[in-house]
Write a protein that binds this ligand. Structure first.
Ligand code: ZN
Length: 217
């Protein structure tokens, strides 16, 4: 099984040691033996146009109470850990940034970055006290490069807050609504985040089932 997929490598840790995690009607999902990332090979990705069209449907209204409540599961534990007037980045903010509005109401200004809606590459040359990526990392095309960029933009002692649903096991994965979204191409387990913490010299705190905080040492 392992040798069959040796034309691929893990898009996060570059290992070629992969196995087939699941094959369904639409895609295959490979799992990296080393960092435990489950990923969809490029061949099965949507075109950039179709990917963008899917995001255009997710209009997130910053004034929507349910959506604010959803985001507060990241913003609340983050705010407990941030100093006053610290500056952040909402990475992959989407078409209607909501988190930055909520954080600004708490006195923390945030820059916006999104490859489709706020494509301002100058953010990559800046340093931030905190960075948020809510419902973003499952969409990353090149998580190896993109996580390296995120940790580079983070100041020492800075916080990186991630929201994504975690892979539990094969059985749960098969029935998971999360894999039906064709823009979701990377799926992380707890050990994938532990790998990232070690690689980028950060402490990690799983503050909820789908909320992970890294503290850069
Ligand atoms: Zn890997």
């Amino acid at each position: 099984m392992k040798t069959k997929y040796n034309e691929f490598h893990c898009p996060l840790c570059t290992s070629k040691n992969l196995d087939l995690f699941l094959e369904d009607k639409t895609r295959i999902y490979l799992r990296c033996i080393f960092c435990k990332l489950v990923f969809v090979p490029r061949h099965y990705w949507l075109s950039p146009e179709d990917e963008r069209a899917t995001y255009d449907l997710h209009e997130n209204d910053p004034l929507n109470q349910g959506y604010r409540q959803f985001l507060s599961r990241l913003s609340a534990p983050l705010l407990e850990r941030l100093g006053l007037k610290q500056k952040g980045l909402d990475f992959g903010c989407g078409p209607g940034p909501a988190l930055s509005v909520m954080m600004e109401q708490q006195g923390r200004q945030m820059d916006l970055y999104d490859p489709f809606y706020y494509n301002d590459p100058s953010v990559f040359d800046k340093k931030y006290d905190f960075i948020c990526a809510t419902e973003v990392v499952e969409h990353l095309h090149n998580p190896n490069k993109e996580f390296a960029a995120l940790f580079k933009m983070l100041r020492q002692n800075g916080w990186l807050g991630i929201m994504t649903k975690l892979v539990i096991d094969e059985n749960a994965f098969k029935k998971w609504h999360y894999i039906r979204d064709m823009t979701h191409i990377c799926f992380y387990g707890r050990s994938t985040f532990e790998y990232l913490a070690q690689r980028f010299n950060a402490e990690i705190d799983f503050v909820a089932n789908d909320v992970i905080l890294f503290n850069k040492k």
